[in-house]
Design a protein around this ligand. Structure first.
Ligand code: IPE
Ligand code: IPE
Ligand code: MG
Length: 237
């Protein structure tokens, strides 16, 4: 990694293409998800090393419940196993764990495991690892509105600014991502971080998530460094 490059403070990744990766190899889809988990271990470690402060990954969307029960169960199971296996490594790497999304329909056993892992890692502060799990961007916005409505019963809210609204989102403490990466060549957002990506830079690669390694992250960061971020204004050079 070139020392002169700006490292985004917050990178968000849509980890896509596990199923196609598996299919190409004549394997079952779950093998692709396992390979994807291994890829995530590598990328998280590397992100911490190069100075990324927040890494958000899309692991399970509110729409992924539509998949066959067997695959859904496999993904739930894999998440639990990932936490068991990685817990100690995460601590060594200074990883603070945040899991963002709805708790609804997640087994109490998995919720407990998440909570225990978060406790175990609570003093870590090198990098915040935010796993979007049972997450939907629209759900998040609606949940913010509902929080406002329920507060409104006690204190009359008549008008709200963007800044105030942000405080009702799931993770107001996490800054918006500067860079969003999607693997497997799909040009869509699939209900990921709708509010937070208002001015994020996008990087889309054809590489399937299980093949996304350190080099690929370097390429994404290099591309990010070439962007002219104008935020609607003019950059006179
Ligand atoms: C991404 O890989 C992982 C999840 C959505 C959980 P996919 O499972 O979507 O893989 P493709 O898109 O079918 O190849
Ligand atoms: C987005 O991928 C969700 C995750 C990566 C967890 P999907 O594979 O579910 O999205 P679509 O179906 O291509 O929009
Ligand atoms: Mg997909």
């Amino acid at each position: 990694m070139d020392k002169n490059l700006i490292i985004p403070n917050h990178i968000a990744i849509i980890m896509d293409g596990n199923g196609r990766w598996a299919k190409e190899r004549g394997k079952i889809r779950l093998e692709g998800h396992r390979a994807g988990a291994a890829s995530l271990e590598k990328i998280l470690r590397y992100a911490g090393e190069i100075g990324v402060k927040y890494l958000t990954v899309y692991a399970f969307s509110t729409e992924n419940w539509k998949r066959p029960q067997k695959e859904v169960n496999g993904l739930m199971d894999l998440f639990g196993k990932y936490l068991d296996k990685e817990k100690k490594n995460l601590k060594k790497q200074g990883v603070k764990l945040v899991v963002t999304g709805e708790k609804e329909n997640i087994s109490p056993k998995l919720l407990k495991k998440i909570e225990d892992t978060q406790k175990f890692l609570e003093d870590c502060e090198k990098i915040t690892f935010n796993i979007a799990f049972n997450y939907g961007g629209r759900r998040e916005i609606v949940s913010a509105v509902n929080k406002i409505l329920s507060e409104n019963e006690t204190k009359k809210i008549e008008k709200i600014t963007e800044e105030e609204f942000s405080k009702y989102m799931y993770r107001p403490e996490i800054p918006d991502p500067e860079l969003v990466i999607r693997t497997s060549g799909e040009f869509r957002i699939s209900n990921f971080l709708l509010w937070e990506i208002a001015y994020s830079e996008f990087y889309i690669t054809d590489v399937f998530w299980p093949d996304f390694g350190e080099n690929e992250l370097d390429k994404a960061i290099l591309s990010f460094n070439k962007r002219d971020r104008r935020y609607g204004g003019l950059n006179v050079k």
